[in-house]
Write a protein that binds this ligand. Structure first.
Ligand code: SF4
Ligand code: SF4
Length: 374
């Protein structure tokens, strides 16, 4: 598998610009970010069929594949069998990923977002065999899976299928002992099987970047010279067996900060670990919605509701007690489809790896932002 830099570039939260009234990926800024990342010696890029509503793979081609020699970087993409219309559609998705990225082959390829009711689609559609055939044909160099469910389910999935080359897990200091996510336990399942781990959500979709004041104070006191985001990256990168830590970066400054974190800052000290324990306790006491803005729920919503935006607005109220700011964000970012347009079909809850009771949360948003606006 070879050595890979400890920072991976997730193509799921790219910068956006408005064009003809539509939000599209700002490809010129994405190119700039890729250049900063590559110049710093990092080479791992992570995309997926569904990121940016199907536009991420094409952006990766434009910003990276068309501009750098193929052997100078690694590409990972993913297949979400649970979101397809059946085996033929899933197989076509793989071909489309190859075509859209222009990669020629995938250095890493994942069965996407396994766990809960989603796992069976990969079995029923014969996706395991299909992807091992692609590996034998040289179109995949390392085959793995990303997973969101309990650790015992994870172990069962791994032990009842042919061995994969690596796994991708949600690991961050806030979720390490979270009983819904079971970060630590899933990590241990992988370690027991000598599986390299790629870390996703090291800053929990950005929520560990903008912390409540009490938590920020603890981290600033422990080390005033580093960014708040750096704590999440260093926590994940310090774990043995971690191949790389993905960050879904949105600005050149975020790339620079993450590069600095991974090149200049060493592993966490004992005092820093103690500070993170304090922060974990502070966060655990605040009842936020555990949305990571992964967007998996968005594409399947028949009403086009931007669910993570709604949930983020709820969290802004909880974390910062700022209903005016949250209402403002809710108003302009849900103008096309308010939470009240939900028909309770449940498609979003089936897709959500964080087990969020989305329908109930949307009802809460209706009460808070639509019936009783700030
Ligand atoms: S339950 Fe509501 S929010 Fe979820 S997919 Fe259906 S309409 Fe969209
Ligand atoms: S609600 Fe769930 S699926 Fe949707 S963005 Fe949040 S974490 Fe992802």
């Amino acid at each position: 598998m070879g050595e890979i830099g400890k920072l991976g570039f997730g193509f799921m939260r790219l910068p956006l610009i408005e064009r003809d009234g539509e939000q599209i990926i700002d490809i010129e800024q994405a190119k700039q970010m890729v250049d900063i990342f590559m110049e710093a010696g990092f080479t791992y890029f992570d995309t997926a069929r569904g990121y940016h509503l199907g536009k991420s793979e094409g952006a990766l081609k434009e910003a990276l594949v068309d501009r750098y020699p193929r052997e100078s970087f690694q590409i990972a993409s993913k297949l979400p069998a649970w979101a397809s219309k059946g085996a033929d559609h899933s197989r076509a998705m793989f071909d489309k990923s190859l075509r859209e990225t222009g990669a020629g082959y995938f250095d890493f390829f994942l069965m996407h977002n396994m766990g809960e009711g989603r796992t069976k689609a990969f079995d029923e559609q014969g996706i395991w065999d299909f992807l091992f055939e692609k590996k034998d044909a040289g179109l995949i160099r390392n085959l793995g899976l990303s997973f969101h469910d309990k650790a015992d389910v994870f172990a069962e999935v791994l032990d009842s299928h042919p061995p994969v080359d690596f796994v991708q897990l949600q690991i961050n200091y806030a979720d390490w002992e979270n009983s819904l996510v079971e970060s630590r336990k899933c990590y241990e399942v992988a370690r027991e099987r000598n599986l390299p781990v790629i870390v996703m959500e090291p800053v929990k979709g950005g929520s560990l970047v903008r912390l409540p004041a009490a938590a920020t104070d603890v981290l600033r006191a422990a080390n005033p010279d580093v960014s708040i985001a750096s704590w999440g990256l260093r926590f994940a990168a310090s774990l043995p067996g971690v191949l790389t830590v993905l960050s879904g970066m949105s600005t050149p400054d975020q790339v620079r900060d993450n590069v600095k974190t991974m090149t200049e800052l060493g592993p966490l000290t004992e005092d820093e670990r103690a500070a993170l324990e304090q922060v974990r306790a502070i966060l655990a006491a605040i009842p936020t919605v555990p949305c990571t803005s992964c967007q998996y729920c968005v594409e399947g919503c028949p009403e086009g509701i931007n669910i993570p935006v709604v949930l983020n607005a709820l969290n802004v109220v909880t974390l910062f007690d700022d209903k005016a700011m949250a209402s403002n964000e809710y108003d302009w970012r849900t103008a096309d489809a308010r939470a009240s347009s939900c028909i309770e079909c449940g498609a979003c809850e089936n897709a959500c790896p964080q087990h969020i009771a989305i329908i109930d949360e949307l009802k809460r948003a209706v009460e808070l932002f639509e019936k009783n606006p700030a």
